[in-house]
Design a protein. Structure first.
Length: 403
């Protein structure tokens, strides 16, 4: 065990070192960070980023004073949409804007430091966490026996994963911050069930960076029981509401969810099952049925989440299954979305997420031209390989369970 922890320190050191190599790099594969800078500078100057469109603000007298470089507006990928980033993320944007003193380069470095700190915190907690976590009894999941060495092996694959380093540290995506809060929330809740208040606060922090963790609420309710689960969900809702309180506006919910709704019904990239549905829609109806298909698939996803939550005996296996279903049914799956799966998989025996993290690079082919035309053959190859690995691992775990 001493050797394992010694090796863990070496892995953490090298993992951080590889990330620091990108500390002063400008993101090359994503332009999302321009919106982070935009929102942060608005908030730092006392303007609620949820209440004004970039296309409206750019015409105001204060634009030059607050935003500065007009290139930032020109680089925004969704200037006609209200921001979709939750309040804790907005706070990070604002602090980064304050630290950068109007420098775009300084803003980028400040944002990256927050992501690095979150990953380091997650590294330390993963290495020190108890095992197994919330293991159930008498089920397939309960037979997935993990020890510290197994978690360390998975952690090492995560720490040196190219997708993690490129997309989180390099391209400034905040999935690492979300997962840091989520792992801490799970750890606190597992270590001491009396710490549900603190755990729910950490969970709300994850939600207030990106709203994706809300998908785990039914699973948590099933894991800790209806009474405690109901209290936990209520506290998450309360803490989340308190985070949103400073941004409260009469039209806040409508504006926020109008942008979220547009995302699910208009954007499409690197999808799997949805592309099959879209192809059938073109064949039958002659046009893109994303508006209708998006709603139907959202309903199917929600139903699937409830079913998985009800049947799962292990928190992390259930969470991994839920995320896999969610991304399988999504109309948009950017490469950095897969990083969420990689973190959860550390606490399971499933490794298809490692393969997915490498096949996700196929989607980068879309960026080769200004037309951003997807190569559907590469998309098909990506998901066929992942599906094959999932089937193999399910059969392998089922065989172990039978023995």
């Amino acid at each position: 065990m001493i050797k394992t922890f010694k090796n863990a320190r070496e892995v953490i050191f090298l993992g951080v070192f590889f990330r620091l190599l990108l500390l002063f790099a400008v993101p090359a594969l994503s332009d999302d960070f321009y919106r982070f800078v935009w929102d942060g500078r608005l908030l730092f100057n006392g303007i609620n980023p949820y209440t004004i469109l970039p296309t409206d603000f750019v015409q105001t007298f204060d634009f030059q004073r607050i935003i500065g470089d007009k290139t930032i507006f020109e680089k925004l990928n969704s200037p006609n949409y209200y921001t979709v980033y939750p309040p804790l993320n907005q706070l990070i944007f604002a602090v980064s804007a304050a630290l950068s003193q109007g420098s775009l380069f300084g803003n980028i470095v400040a944002l990256r430091i927050f992501i690095l700190l979150a990953e380091v915190g997650m590294f330390l907690k993963i290495i020190s966490s108890p095992t197994p976590l919330l293991a159930g009894e008498g089920s397939l999941e309960s037979n997935i026996n993990l020890n510290q060495r197994s978690i360390f092996s998975s952690f090492r694959l995560y720490a040196f994963n190219p997708l993690i380093i490129i997309e989180l540290t390099g391209n400034l995506h905040f999935e690492g911050v979300v997962m840091c809060f989520l792992i801490l929330a799970f750890y606190v809740g597992v270590k001491n069930r009396k710490s549900l208040v603190f755990s729910s606060f950490l969970f709300a922090c994850a939600v207030c960076v990106k709203m994706l963790p809300l998908i785990f609420i039914p699973l948590i309710i099933k894991q800790i029981g209806w009474k405690k689960g109901g209290i936990y969900a209520s506290m998450v809702g309360l803490f989340t509401a308190l985070f949103f309180l400073p941004f409260l506006d009469r039209m806040l919910i409508e504006k926020l969810f109008s942008s979220v709704n547009l995302y699910f019904q208009k954007f499409e990239f690197n999808a799997s099952f949805y592309y099959l549905v879209r192809a059938v829609g073109f064949k039958i109806f002659g046009y893109n049925i994303i508006g209708t298909a998006g709603k139907i698939m959202a309903f199917l996803t929600f139903s699937g989440v409830l079913l998985i939550s009800w049947r799962s005996k292990n928190l992390f296996v259930g969470a991994l299954a839920i995320l896999t279903l969610y991304f399988a049914m999504a109309t948009t799956v950017h490469p950095w979305y897969v990083t969420n799966l990689l973190v959860i998989a550390i606490f399971t025996n499933f490794r298809y997420t490692i393969l997915w993290s490498y096949t996700a690079f196929f989607s980068y082919a879309t960026y080769q031209t200004n037309l951003y035309q997807e190569n559907l053959y590469l998309v098909a190859l990506e998901y066929l390989l992942v599906l094959g690995m999932i089937i193999y691992e399910l059969r392998d775990n089922f065989s172990i369970n039978q023995k």
